[in-house]
Design a protein around this ligand. Structure first.
Ligand code: XBP
Ligand code: MG
Length: 290
């Protein structure tokens, strides 16, 4: 296990005027929004969801490709389904690189994969991870703003949310940053910057929940303190710089396990725990700039 977390760092507020600085410090000392990743964080979608959908789409397109569980783990190094198909072509099927219509062909293959994924998810095949529904409900009740920052397509997300919450995603999440809405996918910070812009909040007023190294890197590059909930594909990744790393969000009768970073002081991650971590983060940030 390579997961460890380092002390959090602050953005440099010295560029702000004193009055702005005071306002910003007030803002960041209170948790105002939680930004969730989707795949691997809300649900274990990769192995039995996206991977299966890719393989079914390959068959329909007459391809003899098969992404095993292990190969898919390698391909997860790249985020985004179209980008992942391209990585496979470049690494294992480079005879396809000669196709003049490669971009359009990849897009249509991915489009079909996305339809299959939605059907799979709507059939109820992919449940939420422990604690996800509980925490989202608690945040809603407390008036904490909730957003999404994901590389997956909006259609797939809509299906996942509909299947598990019986609500349209726009009812649950105030801001949804998904798919190709930004050009550079995680680990680039763009999707987090886009979401922060829509929330009109500084990154320090938010917490991100991620499951992977590319997700953590994206959130950190945007300045958002990040909780990591690991899963089978990501448990051995490097989580340096995470605020805290835990096994999952846990449930009152099925506690989460602490892994690294700020300690889990309760049996599961709830709003109180998030506020405690965020307060410790804000205090560290403010001390670092004094
Ligand atoms: C994870 C991803 C996604 C999915 C596939 O996204 O990298 O690309 O594996 O989804 P995140 P699409 O963790 O940011 O939610 O095929 O819809 O791109
Ligand atoms: Mg993820």
């Amino acid at each position: 296990m390579n997961a460890k977390a380092h002390p959090v760092t602050a953005t440099d507020p010295t560029e702000r005027k004193p009055s702005e600085k005071g306002a910003a410090e007030n803002n960041i000392s209170q948790l105002q929004a939680v930004i969730f990743d989707v795949d691997g964080t809300l649900a274990e979608t990769e192995l039995a969801g996206h991977r299966v959908a890719f393989n079914r789409a390959f068959k329909e397109f007459g391809l003899d490709w098969h992404w095993s569980a292990a190969l898919y783990g390698e391909l997860l190094a790249v985020t985004g389904g179209k980008e992942r198909i391209r990585l496979y072509v470049e690494t294992y099927a480079n005879q396809m690189l000669g196709r003049a219509d490669l971009d359009a062909w990849v897009a249509s293959l991915h489009q079909r994969k996305s339809e299959i994924y939605s059907e799979l998810v709507l059939s109820g095949a992919i449940p939420l991870r422990p604690g996800v529904a509980r925490l989202i409900q608690e945040l809603r009740t407390a008036g904490i703003r909730i957003a999404i920052a994901t590389t997956t397509t909006p259609a797939g997300l809509r299906s996942l949310i509909m299947a598990n919450f019986r609500h349209d995603m726009d009812m649950l999440f105030e801001v949804i940053g998904a798919g190709d809405i930004v050009a550079a996918k995680k680990p680039a910070p763009d999707i987090y910057q886009w979401v922060l812009g829509r929330l009109n909040l500084p990154p320090e007023a938010c917490l991100a929940v991620e499951d992977s190294y590319p997700g953590l890197a994206a959130a950190r590059a945007a300045g958002v303190p990040t909780l990591v909930t690991v899963n089978g594909y990501t448990a051995d990744q490097n989580f340096d710089g995470a605020l805290s790393v835990v096994s999952d969000l846990g449930e009152p009768n099925v506690p989460a396990n602490p892994i690294a970073g700020l300690p889990l002081t309760q049996e599961c991650v709830d709003l109180n725990q998030l506020r405690t971590w965020h307060r410790l983060y804000s205090e560290t940030s403010q001390r670092a700039v004094l």
